[in-house]
Design a protein around this ligand. Structure first.
Ligand SMILES: Nc1nc2c(ncn2[C@@H]2O[C@H](COP(=O)(O)OP(=O)(O)OP(=O)(O)O)[C@@H](O)[C@H]2O)c(=O)[nH]1
Ligand SMILES: Nc1nc2c(ncn2[C@@H]2O[C@H](COP(=O)(O)OP(=O)(O)OP(=O)(O)O)[C@@H](O)[C@H]2O)c(=O)[nH]1
Length: 443
C-alpha cells in the first residue's frame, strides 16, 4: 500500500530540523539497514496513531541575502509540490510574518496541494499565543501553534496533517490493480531511454489517475493487453549547483516513486558496474519491501563471452548482498534487447509479491526445516517453533510463534527464509518475519 508523503518546508532557522526530529523520533533510525544514507536526514518512516507516512526534509537553506533565500524557498516548495501529498509550512512566531513567507504561500495555494501551517517557537501560549493570529494573513488556513523544541502541539499538527491522508487524491491508486513500476537509478544509466523504448513499441495512453502533479510523470504502457503504469524518476534533475542538493533531490524523488510502486527496476550502467550509490538506491526499495529487478542496461556496449553474465551477476550480488532475492536482466534500451522479457519478469515478481502460502503447507516446510537443522539454544533453553502463518502480502509477511523470542537468531531466521524460498520461490521479493512469543501451555 502506498504511504502518504509529508514534506516540511520553511525559511532558514524556523525549526525545520527540530520539527523533523520531533516527529521522526530522536534516535536516527531512518535507514539503519540501508548503506550510505545515514549522513543526513532526508527522509524518515513515521507513524502517528495508526497511520504510517514518509516524512521528507527538502533541505536546509543558507541564510544569505533575502533574494537568495526566496529563490531557495521556491526551490524547496517546488520539490515538495512535486513529491508530497501534504506539505507542512513552518514559520517562526518570533520572526513574525516575512515577505518571502507570503510569496511561497502563493505558490503553495496555486499548487492546490494540502498545506498545514505550523507556527513554531510558541514555547509559551501566554507569551506568544496572540502573535499566532497574524499568520492567518497567509491565507492557507488555521495556524497550528507548536514548539518543536519542547514538543508541544506536535500531536495537533499531525492530526491536521492526517486529515488530508484520507482525502488523499490517490485513493483510486489503491483500487487500481495495474502493476506500478518505478524505474530508478543513477543519472545517465538509461532510465528515460528504457521508458521511451517501451512506449515506442507499445501503445501509450495518458495516465487517467486524476489530480496530483506527480501523476503527470506516470506513463501507461500496454503489453499483451495488460496495462502497466511506469513511474519515471528520470530527467528531473535540478538545476542546483550544489552537489548535496542534487543528491538530496534525487533521493527524495526515488523514495517517493518507490513508495508508490509494486515493483522497482534498478537500472545499472553495464560499463560502470554496480556502485555504492546503486546500493543506496536499492536499499530504499528493500526497506520498503518492494519487488526488485536489477536491469543491467547498455548491454550492447559490453564485450561478452559465456561467463560475462555470470560474472556481472556475482559482482552485483556481492554489493547488493542485503537483497539476494533480486531478479536480474541484461538489457539494451538502444537495441531493445530483452525489453519484452522485462514484462515477463515484472509479472513474475508481482505474482510473488502477492503470493499466499497455505498455513498447513507452510508449517510442514518449517517442521521439516527444524528437523534438518535443530533450532538454536542458549543456557540450556532451546528455541521451539510452535506455528507459523502468513499475515500479509506485498511483501509476503509471516508471523512465527515461538517459546522465547530472543532465541531466534538472525542466522536461523535466514535459514528458515532460505527453506521457504526453496519451497515457494518468492523470487524478486523480500519476505518479512514477525517473531511472537507464546506460552508453551497454549500449544
Ligand atoms: N525557542 C525555540 N527555539 C526553537 C524551537 N524549535 C527550534 N528552535 C531553535 O531554532 C533554531 C533553528 O532550528 P533548526 O531546526 O535548525 O531550523 P531549520 O529551519 O532546520 O534551519 P535551516 O537548516 O537553517 O533551514 C535552533 O537554534 C533551534 O534550537 C522552538 O520550538 N522554540
Ligand atoms: N549504447 C547504449 N546507450 C544507451 C543505452 N541506454 C541509454 N543509452 C544512452 O545513455 C545516455 C543516458 O540515457 P538516459 O536515458 O538519458 O539516462 P537516464 O537514466 O534517463 O538519465 P537521467 O535523466 O540523467 O536520470 C544517452 O546518451 C542514451 O542514448 C543502451 O542500452 N545502450
Amino acid at each position: 500500500m502506498s504511504k502518504p508523503v509529508v514534506a516540511i518546508i520553511g525559511r532558514p532557522n524556523v525549526g525545520k530540523s527540530t520539527l523533523f526530529n520531533a516527529i521522526a523520533g530522536e534516535p536516527i533510525s531512518i535507514v539503519k539497514d540501508t548503506p550510505g544514507v545515514t549522513r543526513d536526514r532526508i527522509y524518515a518512516d513515521c507513524t502517528w496513531l495508526d497511520m504510517n507516512f514518509t516524512l521528507i526534509d527538502t533541505g536546509g537553506i543558507e541564510p544569505e541575502s533575502s533574494d537568495v533565500i526566496l529563490s531557495q524557498m521556491r526551490e524547496q516548495a517546488e520539490i515538495a509540490i512535486e513529491t508530497a501529498d501534504v506539505i507542512v509550512f513552518i514559520t517562526d512566531v518570533r520572526q513574525g510574518l516575512v515577505d518571502s513567507d507570503s510569496k511561497v504561500c502563493d505558490m503553495l495555494r496555486k499548487s492546490r496541494k494540502p498545506v498545514v501551517l505550523a507556527v513554531n517557537k510558541v514555547d509559551s501560549i501566554a507569551k506568544f499565543g496572540n502573535d499566532v493570529y497574524e499568520f492567518y494573513n497567509l491565507g492557507i488556513g488555521d495556524p497550528v501553534a507548536i514548539s518543536a523544541a519542547s514538543r508541544l502541539g506536535i500531536g495537533d499538527l499531525l492530526d491536521a496533517v492526517a486529515v488530508h491522508f484520507k482525502s488523499k487524491g490517490n485513493e483510486s491508486e489503491e483500487d487500481d490493480d495495474r502493476p506500478r513500476i518505478a524505474i530508478v537509478g543513477k543519472p545517465n544509466v538509461g532510465k528515460s531511454s528504457i521508458i521511451n523504448r517501451l512506449t515506442g513499441q507499445n501503445r501509450v495512453i495518458v495516465s487517467d489517475i486524476a489530480g496530483t502533479t506527480r501523476d503527470a510523470i506516470d506513463t501507461v504502457v500496454v503489453n499483451n493487453r495488460q496495462e502497466y503504469v511506469f513511474i519515471d524518476t528520470a530527467g528531473l534533475r535540478r538545476k542546483s549547483k550544489v552537489k548535496e542538493d542534487i543528491e538530496r533531490y534525487s533521493i527524495i524523488r526515488t523514495v517517493t516513486a518507490v513508495e508508490r510502486a509494486d515493483v522497482v527496476i534498478l537500472v545499472i550502467d553495464a560499463r560502470e558496474g554496480v556502485t555504492e550509490q546503486d546500493a543506496k538506491i536499492a536499499g530504499i526499495a528493500h526497506d520498503r519491501g518492494k519487488g526488485i529487478i536489477v536491469a543491467v542496461n547498455k548491454w550492447d556496449l559490453i564485450e561478452k563471452n559465456n561467463k560475462t553474465v555470470y560474472e556481472y551477476t556475482n559482482d552485483i550480488k556481492r554489493v547488493l548482498s542485503f537483497m539476494p532475492y533480486a531478479e536480474f536482466i541484461f538489457i539494451s534500451a538502444l537495441s531493445g534487447q530483452r525489453l519484452q522479457k522485462l514484462f515477463e519478469l515484472i509479472d513474475i515478481v508481482r505474482e510473488n509479491q502477492t503470493l499466499r502460502i497455505q498455513t498447513g503447507v507452510l508449517n510442514e516446510i518449517i517442521s521439516e526445516a527444524t528437523v534438518m537443522q535443530q533450532p538454536p539454544s542458549d543456557k540450556g533453553k532451546r528455541l521451539k517453533i510452535f506455528y507459523a502463518t502468513q499475515v500479509a502480502v506485498k511483501p509476503p509477511t509471516f508471523v512465527i510463534f515461538v517459546n522465547i523470542k530472543q532465541l531466534m537468531h538472525f542466522s536461523y531466521q535466514r535459514y528458515l527464509e532460505n527453506k521457504i524460498r526453496e519451497a515457494f520461490g518468492f523470487k524478486g521479493t523480500s519476505i518479512r518475519f514477525i517473531i511472537r512469543e507464546r506460552k508453551e501451555e497454549n500449544k
